[in-house]
Design a protein around this ligand. Structure first.
Ligand code: ADE
Length: 222
């Protein structure tokens, strides 16, 4: 069995993440000992009596930015215990997240990933000094890093061998190279209101079924 993959999530809003990570497949992955999710409260590293983590931008402009000190202190406290941990920053300015990248992280990247969830209107650019992987989940802007963090975690976790029941890593290899997404699938009944399951899938003929699936594999939109 591969060593456990640990995610340490630095956030101000753990309550936004916990329900998703403690349900369904993300929960099962934890239960099977394949992943661990740990939360670090950025507020614990805040400055002054108010534990402040943000401030106004130099040069003017709207909104507040995450200050560097609390983020550096949070990451350094985690890395003091595990210097091999790698850091992900969800940001609209990052590299576009893909199935290929998720697979790389599930298979060969570090066994400990730290995800910083920015909030407010952005972050002080010096935070980038800490980051190994700046990641964008798409060409749109969200209010914080929590949803991107969940998307990144889910897409990596489901690819860890043993998380999805019955699926071998070889199957994952052939069907999720980031381009070939999936073939149409059907379950019972064979005829639903006149909408019929293709005969070949009922035939029990494994070669023909594999051919049909290859022919009908959908291509990802670029
Ligand atoms: N934070 C805000 N918007 C984002 C996006 N599209 N991807 C990653 N992080 C983000």
């Amino acid at each position: 069995m591969a060593p456990k993959l640990k995610f340490t999530i630095i956030t101000l809003f753990k309550e936004a993440l916990e329900p998703y990570l403690n349900a369904s497949m993300m929960w099962k992955a934890q239960d099977k000992g394949l992943v661990e999710y740990e939360f670090v409260n950025l507020r614990d590293f805040g400055l002054g009596p108010h534990k402040s983590v943000d401030d106004t931008p130099y040069g003017g402009g709207d909104g507040m930015l995450l200050r560097p000190e609390p983020v550096f202190a949070a990451v350094e406290s985690i890395k003091a215990k595990d210097p091999s941990a790698k850091v992900i920053l969800p940001t609209p300015a990052g590299e576009l997240w893909t199935q290929k990248k998720a697979k790389e992280m599930a298979c060969k990247a570090a066994r400990h990933l730290i995800i910083i969830c920015p909030h407010y209107e952005g972050y002080d650019e010096r935070i980038m000094q800490l980051v190994d992987y700046p990641i964008s989940i798409g060409h749109f802007v969200l209010t914080g890093g929590e949803l991107p963090a969940l998307i990144i975690i889910d897409s990596i976790t489901r690819l860890i061998p043993g998380v999805l029941g019955g699926e071998t890593s070889a199957e994952i290899e052939s069907f999720s190279d980031g381009n070939n997404i999936e073939y149409p699938q059907y379950t019972k009944p064979a005829d639903f209101r006149g909408l019929k399951v293709p005969d070949v899938l009922l035939s029990g003929h494994h070669e023909k079924i594999a051919e049909w699936r290859a022919e009908h594999t959908k291509k990802a939109q670029k």
